[in-house]
Design a protein around this ligand. Structure first.
Ligand code: AMP
Length: 226
């Protein structure tokens, strides 16, 4: 596979909440050995640990709103300077608005790095609501199941034995709010990355394996000139 994983390339996953970008980003990281940065997870860990970042982020997360840019930019900026993240990195959940995208570009430019691909995972809205309303996450290993679409092997428990929980921000109201926030804030990034010549569209409606195959096809395709 000719994914430039060893170069200092950054792959950004874009897509609405529950488009499956998290699953795809994690499989790709496993397959390529690239570093993986998942901002939603980083924030949830901060909330659970009661750090200052977590305390500031929690009320925004509970309402389905974006956490202030300065927290995210600092968190991601610091991570990208860590030794384990100096080569290929996959970003899941960041950037989420133009200010974050421009901050990321400026950080990467200054470090002589760049974004090789922005993969947009596309799924219709109604399917997104259904996916989120049924979502169950393992407290131990982070595996994501779905009550309706991908039930766990036994009720309430993950294959690893860990306890499954429903995210506090996975209620129907908050889900619809997150979709609106996506349309208003994150969707404009599609044009931004299209202009940079790195946007690739992936149909996210299939099984995770089908979507993964489509992701790999896009990563192996020849780069267009911006
Ligand atoms: P996720 O797990 O990606 O759905 O993220 C959960 C929540 O974390 C979002 O609804 C936001 O409140 C917050 N969040 C995650 N990433 C970002 C980001 N890049 N910018 C602002 N807020 C974020």
């Amino acid at each position: 596979m000719t994914i430039p994983a060893t170069a200092s390339c950054i792959i950004v996953f874009l897509g609405p909440p529950a488009s499956g970008k998290g699953t795809q980003a994690a499989s790709l990281a496993e397959r390529t050995g690239m570093g993986l940065v998942v901002t939603g997870e980083m924030l949830r860990r901060n909330v659970a640990a009661g750090t200052p970042t977590g305390l500031e982020a929690k009320s925004f997360m509970d309402q389905g709103l974006l956490v202030p840019d300065h927290l995210l930019n600092r968190m991601v900026g610091e991570t990208l300077r860590e030794p384990g993240y100096l080569k290929g990195v996959i970003l899941d959940g960041y950037p989420r608005n133009m200010a974050q995208a421009e901050f990321l570009t400026s950080q990467l430019d200054a470090a002589g790095r760049c974004i090789s691909h922005a993969l947009l995972i596309e799924v219709p809205d109604e399917q997104l609501v259904r996916r989120q309303a049924g979502r169950l996450v393992c407290r131990t290993c982070g595996t994501v199941y779905n009550k309706y679409l991908l039930p766990p092997p036994s009720e309430g428990a993950c294959a690893c034995g860990g306890e499954l929980y429903q995210r506090s921000d996975d209620t129907e109201d908050v889900i619809r709010k997150r979709l609106a926030v996506y349309r208003d804030n994150t969707a404009p990034l599609v044009e931004y990355y299209e202009d940079l010549g790195v946007l690739r569209r992936v149909n996210g409606e299939g099984t995770p394996a089908e979507v993964q195959a489509a992701v790999l096809t896009q990563l192996e395709a020849k780069q267009e000139q911006p």
